[in-house]
Design a protein around this ligand. Sequence first.
Ligand code: UD1
Length: 361
Amino acid sequence: MKPIIIVVGARPNFMKMAPLYSELKKRKLPVILLHTGQHYDENMSRVFFEDLGMPKPDIYLGVGSESHAKQTAKIMIDFEQICYEKKPQRIIVAGDVNSTLACALVAVKLNIAVDHVEAGLRSFDNRMPEEINRIITDQISTLLYTPSEDANLNLENEGIKQDSIKLVGNIMIDSLIKNLEKTNLDIIKKLNIKEKKYVLVTLHRPSNVDQKEILIGILRALNEISKDTSVVWPLHPRTKHKIKEFGIESEINKNMVLTGPLGYLDFLSLTKNSKIVLTDSGGIQEETTALGIPCLTLRDNTERPITVEKGTNKIIGNEESKIVEEFNEIINGKINSHEIPELWDGKTAIRIADIIEEEIS
Ligand code: UD1
């Protein structure tokens, strides 16, 4: 049987593909795990393989960081060669990073089926590189696995054929449910913070960190918050570079607990035990909803509206005064009711594997 290539490239891909990789392997399907190397630092990549119980990738392209065009092009050139050599019957890509689009584009032009996990999400904001990656990947995919009804609607509105859209649920929550019991309080002790007494921050979107004035405003809001509540902030490399480039290290209050990027289990433990999460990540909006932790999203939109409608998420933009105001509301007890969206049940990988098995038999 010709192989199926599972593609991963950047941090948010790993927790989406780990459960599917394990399920397909369990069914003895000929799976090849390929890592493009878009993320390559220990803490952005290898730690996740360990935490999630994934083996070392069978193929590592090692493309590294570049501009969008160069990174995408490098992945395409290398991945095309792999497709010539391995002749996969289909490839599976996840999410919306540059590796997702690059590999999907190569495969479709070689008439190889492309399965897209986490299809159909839309922020309707074309300034986000991820939005472009999502729209194009969905247009050229063979099967589109969606996490929620809103994603199905988006795809139907873009003219995607109904029978290629498969509502399977949220695969990230498979990883969350499976790994929750493996978490412990080591990271809480190490950082010298107290359960439910700190706010967890993550920021890496170009819209928040690439412009000096905006980043300074956010830092000032965090400084204000850190006067009364511990602020724990694992810095993304992009954000760290920008703070240095802008020369604004002195804007960071000494009370803040800064760390480098953390592994999956440590971060999950920090999220679960936090009082509030402030983020611009997509996945963390979902993880906080699954865990029932209040989440303030420092963006003007979200491609995951279900986390606002049903979950614990609120979209608040990135203005200094608004961040502090919304934070204080939650600290003062204003927490909306919430529920876990349908099909966020830990069985999404099984549903996808069932479809793939039927497709290839
Ligand atoms: C990428 C994804 C984004 C995702 C994010 C999660 C795209 C377009 N963006 O953004 O959707 O939310 O990953 O982290 O694919 N760097 C390192 N070490 C690494 C990786 C990156 O130092 O292992 C630094 C490099 O300076 C690089 C910068 O971070 O230039 C940005 O990395 P890149 O992969 O281009 O984009 P992210 O901002 O990480």
